[in-house]
Ligand binder design. Structure first.
Ligand code: ADP
Ligand code: MG
Length: 237
């Protein structure tokens, strides 16, 4: 186990895990393709946030991650940017095999925000993003998923509904993100989250983000992540 503690600006950054990749200082350090760099610049993102500096190289290296940082720290781009790279690295497969990236978020508002962020970076590559959450017609959603997509952003309940309706398969899902895991548990989605994880192939890359790590979330992380690196930004202890 290796620990790095950085107390710049009273913001503690703590990283632990086996063979932690070196953090990046700039987006250029990530080796992103010009299309992604263009989209980053278009967003007005000049340099990575603290969590992004630590998380981007970890996720780009294919490792599992537990990212703990408060709201507003830039966690979305920390999983969306490497997801685009991951998808571009996959062989062309049939749309019937389902999405490559699966993101679960606790509420429709959050799922929609992530959907918008993913679309910004996916557009340049023609990567299709579908949002799956309550409040939308199930039939419309079913049709959209049947047409195929590479990324699904979903609330757990509605994703389970769609899986039951066989609107999508999970044969090529290899990049799973659980965003705001603590809130998903607070809202009672633990069984749905566990069911979704159980339907995704075990050779996936798994990313878990949370503002806090209650015991139940810690237990899930231990069960579903393999050899993760833990990045904590904020007050420690
Ligand atoms: P979190 O998921 O940690 O709550 P978000 O991913 O929603 O945070 O990001 C919070 C805000 O910061 C968003 O408006 C987002 O566009 C912006 N943001 C993210 N990364 C950067 C960056 N590197 N530079 C500037 N702004 C950023
Ligand atoms: Mg977030």
């Amino acid at each position: 186990e290796q620990d790095v503690i950085d107390y710049r600006k009273s913001l503690a950054i703590r990283v632990s895990g086996f063979e932690v990749p070196k953090p990046v200082k700039t987006f250029e350090d990530c080796g992103f393709a010009p299309q992604i760099m263009g989209a980053i610049k278009k967003q007005g993102y000049e340099k990575p946030t603290s969590i992004q500096c630590q998380a981007l190289p970890v996720v780009l290296s294919g490792r599992d991650i537990i990212g703990i940082a408060k709201t507003g720290s830039g966690k979305t781009a920390a999983f969306v940017l490497p997801m685009i790279v991951h998808i571009m690295d996959q062989p062309e497969l049939q749309k019937e095999e389902g999405p490559i990236g699966v993101i679960c978020a606790p509420t429709r508002e959050l799922a929609h925000q992530i959907y918008l962020e993913a679309k910004k970076f996916a557009k340049a590559y023609g990567i299709r993003v579908s949002a799956v959450y309550g409040g939308m017609s199930k039939l419309e959603q079913f049709k959209e998923l049947k047409a195929g997509c590479e990324i699904v952003v979903a609330t757990p309940g509605r994703l389970i509904d769609m899986l039951k309706m066989k609107a999508l398969a999970m044969l090529r899902a290899t990049y799973l993100v659980l965003d705001e895991a603590d809130r998903m548990f607070d809202l009672g989605f633990e069984p749905q989250v566990r069911s979704i994880v159980g339907q995704i192939r075990p050779d996936r890359q798994t990313l878990l983000f949370s503002a806090t790590m209650p015991r139940k979330v810690e237990k899930l992380a231990r069960e579903i992540l393999s050899d993760p690196i833990r990045v904590t930004v904020g007050e420690v202890g």
